[in-house]
Ligand binder design. Structure first.
Ligand SMILES: [Zn+2]
Length: 505
């Protein structure tokens, strides 16, 4: 018998964590973060505590209560003898099959024990590496893992009142020998791999993040189609169509189908978006600021092209430039090359770049980025600073997300500045922010309300219906949606499930 248990991803957008059991094989389909649970209980100043992280995440249902699934360094720290979650030489799950590296699909992986195998596209692996390099803390240990809560003996004799041990804070330096690497198998497009008792077929699909895959999992009780997140209106619709064709050609027992935009009638495509942006850019005299998902390379490429068509250049952050170099091997999407954009070096810390009162080594100390990002800065010959933009605002389109709003102080925006919002509003997968706060900042700097121009990473209701009709599955399970009820018009056997429900096949 095959069982699918939905620990997340049902009746909500995101949080995909679906456990597939077939004979002796256990595979999680994604292991993502639930934004709904995060939003319900936490905010930026209230988060699960590090000291008790895994128990607290389990307590709120952010991760499932499964013994032996999680990092022992955390479990032992909380309760070395009695933890209900601790134990087992073998992991209770063999692998996590990752569709793509948006947080709501991968966000909880760092808490898994390190001998659980990861599978996904090569680009997904590279993006996990990127997150790990550019984000600090244990919550970004996707691929490499160091134990937490470690101490080391104090080198000098302890003074009165001092412990003879100190806490290890620089893990990579002091725990070199204890580094563990999670095994990651890069899957090839349209190839089949055996994972325990099941076969997994991988299909690249078009989504708002590079490296997204959908899967057909062949089990002893029939074939399971898993869409992950996908669309037909980005730069590579033929990929999503190839997946749907494979569903058509296969007997599908269960289709786990995303429905983020089940309510929407139709989709607005990336190419139309480019036209709209180019028109808006051309009709703006002053500075143009754009806010878009920084890691959506389709969108970056659209921005670059629209900027070029209106005689401008897109400026990106050093971190973004590093990201493009990380995913340069991505074949299915247009990754921007160095000629398509320039890097804007934001002022940080003391903000003294180029200030003759200070020497170059002091300038460098302003930027405490991880090494590869620093390399972009210090070896990049074509850097611009905010003062360059102030001199010729009409030459540029500046990437400026909410978290980069400090830049506005340096860019001296005039009344002819326009701000373009090119992401879903007010929340999206990359960050949940108060839209009102955006408006407050823009108003403070005398900039008009944002003009919204966006195209989604997900397919619309009519396209979901078409996908289901073509795939002809026996059973449909709506996932990644707040409107599973709409699916009942599109198929005769739709199972609307709650968190922790199990579907037996
Ligand atoms: Zn996604």
């Amino acid at each position: 018998m095959v069982e699918l248990t939905f620990y997340g991803g049902v009746n909500e957008i995101g949080g995909n964590k679906i456990l597939l059991k077939d004979q002796d094989t256990r595979i999680f389909l994604d292991f993502g973060k639930s934004f709904q649970i995060q939003k319900k209980y936490f905010d930026s100043f209230l988060n699960p505590r590090k000291l008790n992280m895994i128990d607290e995440l389990v307590s709120f249902g952010q991760i499932p209560r499964i013994k032996g699934l999680y990092r022992e360094d955390y479990l032992k720290h909380v309760d070395p003898n009695h933890s209900l979650l601790s134990g087992g030489n073998e992991p209770p799950t063999d692998a996590v099959l990752i569709t793509h590296s948006h947080q709501d699909h991968i966000g909880m992986i760092p808490w898994l024990r390190p001998d659980i195998h990861l599978l996904g596209s090569e680009t997904t692996k590279n993006i996990l590496q990127y997150w790990q390099v550019t984000t600090s803390g244990d919550g970004s240990e996707y691929l490499d893992w160091y134990p937490s809560f470690q101490t080391k003996p104090r080198k000098t004799k302890p003074k009165k009142g001092q412990s003879s041990f100190i806490r290890v804070r620089t893990k990579a330096k002091y725990l070199k020998d204890e580094k563990r690497t999670r095994e990651f198998t890069c899957l090839s497009p349209q190839k089949t791999v055996q994972v325990g008792d099941v076969e997994v077929e991988s299909y690249p699909v078009d989504h708002s993040l590079p490296g997204a895959y959908a899967y057909i999992v062949k089990t002893s009780s029939g074939n399971i189609g898993y869409t992950g997140d996908l669309r037909f209106h980005g730069h590579a619709p033929e990929l999503s169509n190839r997946f749907v064709k494979a569903l058509e050609d296969t007997d599908i027992k269960v289709l786990l189908c995303e429905g983020t935009r089940a309510e929407d009638k139709k989709s607005f495509g990336e190419s139309k978006l480019k036209e709209k942006l180019a028109t808006a850019f051309a009709s703006t005299k002053g500075l143009i600021l754009v806010n878009y998902p920084a890691r959506d390379v389709s969108r970056v490429s659209t921005m670059c092209r629209a900027a070029a068509e209106s005689g401008r250049t897109l400026l990106v952050s050093p971190k973004q430039a590093y990201y493009f170099s990380v995913i340069a091997g991505e074949k299915d999407l247009p990754v921007p090359s160095d000629d398509d954009f320039r890097v804007l070096l934001p002022r940080k810390d003391w903000g003294i770049w180029g200030n003759q009162r200070f020497d170059e080594l002091l300038w460098a100390q302003d930027y405490r980025y991880p090494d590869p990002v620093e390399k972009i800065i210090f070896e990049g010959s074509d850097l611009l600073t905010p003062s360059d933009v102030v001199k010729s605002p009409s030459e540029y389109v500046v990437t400026c997300s909410f978290f980069e709003f400090g830049l506005l102080h340096d860019l001296n925006p005039q009344s002819d500045t326009s701000y373009i919002w090119s992401r879903s509003e007010p929340f999206d997968e990359e960050g949940q922010i108060e839209y009102d706060r955006v408006l407050n900042w823009l108003s403070h700097f005398g900039i008009d309300e944002p003009v919204t121009m966006h195209c989604s990473g997900h397919l619309a209701g009519s396209e979901i219906q078409d996908l289901i009709e073509r795939a002809q599955p026996e059973i449909v399970v709506p996932i990644h949606t707040e409107r599973p009820d709409l699916f009942t018009d599109w198929h005769k056997d739709v199972r609307i499930l709650e968190q922790n429900d199990t579907l037996s096949l």
